[in-house]
Write a protein that binds this ligand. Structure first.
Ligand SMILES: *Cc1c(COP(=O)(O)O)cnc(C)c1O
Length: 224
């Protein structure tokens, strides 16, 4: 199957880029972005041993998650979060990569079921206002880090960013390195850096990403 082959190809590329940019071996993990892809495609990759899948749209994700409940898929929510959807996110997902405001943090914390592990959280950073309005400005990071750290049902793991797409490799690296240099001025322990999509994951790995989120590179072009 093409997607199984594609997954192997991108995994090889990730390992190659780790070497090429002097990163530790296996420093970078891979989330397969399965938005607008059928449940069968997820199952196929799962049976190849892949576990981490990312979904953007709650209404689309819920039936897939329910249908695959027997499998130990690790679900990442990577879409925009509406306040009235937080309960379903807190119940059904293992990671939220797009936390961008205090209100959402408080709601996810209150709604995370007690029988589950604390919800893994990445705070989404808006890279220099290039992107849409998603994510916080990096100056606001300290306050949100402090809040999330204080909430017992959330486990702060790191940050996520999705800069505006550039085709130029050096520009791609620049977008990521700008964020990294500000992060390095903070002394927080943020081990997970979720940077990089199909179009820019080499640049992201070069600049310190520890988690890439790949859709098209695995599943082929998405229908609009
Ligand atoms: C769609 C999406 C991706 C994957 O993008 P591709 O170009 O398909 O690799 C990654 N992250 C987020 C937040 C997305 O919405």
């Amino acid at each position: 199957m093409a997607i199984v082959n594609n997954l192997q190809i991108v995994e090889c590329k990730v390992r190659e880029y780790e070497k090429e940019y002097s990163r530790k071996e296996n420093a970078v993990s891979l989330v397969a972005v399965s938005k607008k892809r059928p449940r069968e495609a997820i199952e196929l990759l799962y049976h190849q041993g892949h576990r981490h899948f990312g979904e953007n749209y709650l209404q689309e994700a819920l039936p897939k998650i329910q249908n695959l409940a027997e499998l130990e898929v690790i679900w990442h929510f990577i879409g925009k979060i509406q306040a009235n959807k937080t309960a379903e996110i807190a119940i059904n997902f293992d990671w939220v990569q797009t936390l961008d405001r205090p209100k959402i943090a408080m709601r996810l914390n209150a709604q995370r079921p007690l029988h589950k592990e604390p919800l893994n959280i990445l705070i989404q950073i808006n890279s220099s206002g290039e992107d849409s309005k998603s994510g916080i400005n990096i100056e606001e990071l300290p306050a949100l880090v402090k809040l999330v750290d204080s909430l017992p049902r959330l486990k702060l793991q790191g940050v996520m960013a999705m800069p505006a797409p550039h085709t130029n490799f050096d520009q791609q690296r620049m977008s990521f390195s700008k964020i990294m240099s500000v992060l390095q001025t903070f002394s927080y322990d943020l081990p997970v850096i979720s940077f990089g999509t199909s179009g820019d994951f080499e640049a992201a790995i070069a600049e310190g990403s520890t988690m890439v989120r790949l859709g098209n590179a695995i599943f082929g072009p998405r229908e609009a």
